[in-house]
Unconditional design. Structure first.
Length: 216
């Protein structure tokens, strides 16, 4: 799966992608992530300015259509996937959508907004899909883009070592779309708190029943 991320702050993303499961997935070429600096596409040769004040007045700045148009047009030459704009105004991301995205086109272009967001004309012409990661507002689209990359990537075969564990996570078909049951590990007793007897019984049918009853 190839992700191309258009952002004003590529450095914000590097730490998260430079460690653990996603780093391994990148090293193993199961996923690739390319960053495009939006400022590089600004026609403002001196200051590389990408924002301007909103028509109609009001607080904040809006990302101008020109750098967005040039950036998206250029990135589309390298990535034929849909252009997804991360915005709190989009439909909220669900596991079902993550599964759909992980099994759909093998290329995605992610656009991270900043300030008040992007010029509406770009939303209407070059954006194929909008996704929100929740009903709250962040300073920029970089964390939402990382969340989207993370949730899609872990569904790609080989990214998470134990594929069975992914198939049995919260919201999976196996768990009937519900939230997962509680987990315990050694020791069997910790600070006077005991692991439920059934989990130590070795009776797989009873364990399955106990777990199913605790799906929520
Ligand atoms: N003025 C916008 C509004 O009220 O809907 C909020 C803009 S927000 C400060 C700046 C950028 O952060 C957005 O353009 C978007 O890319 C990103 N962002 C913030 N919250 C988000 C969320 N919940 N989901 C996805 N992206 C978000």
């Amino acid at each position: 799966m190839r992700f191309d991320v258009i952002t004003l702050f590529p450095n914000l993303c590097e730490g998260y992608l430079g460690d653990s499961i996603l780093k391994r997935a990148i090293d193993q070429k199961l996923i690739s992530i390319n960053f495009w600096q939006l400022r590089d596409f600004s026609d403002d040769a001196k200051h590389h300015k990408v924002d301007d004040t909103p028509y109609g007045g009001g607080a904040g700045m809006v990302i101008r259509p020109q750098p967005l148009w040039n950036a998206i047009t250029e990135v589309k030459k390298h990535n034929q996937g849909p252009v997804i704009y991360l915005t709190p105004q989009g439909p909220v991301l669900t596991q079902k959508q993550a599964v759909e995205l992980s099994t759909g086109p093998k290329e995605l272009i992610l656009l991270c907004g900043r300030y008040e967001g992007i010029d509406q004309r770009i939303r209407e012409t070059l954006i194929d899909r909008e996704i929100s990661i929740g009903e709250y507002v962040l300073t920029g689209g970089e964390l939402p883009a990382l969340i989207l990359i993370d949730t899609i990537s872990r569904l790609i075969p080989g990214v998470v070592g134990d594929e069975e564990s992914v198939a049995e996570d919260s919201f999976s078909k196996k768990l009937q779309g519900k939230r997962e049951y509680p987990h315990y590990t050694r020791p069997a007793e910790f600070n006077n708190m005991k692991v439920p007897d059934v989990l130590l019984s070795g009776n797989h049918a009873e364990i399955e029943k106990w777990r199913t009853e605790r799906l929520s």
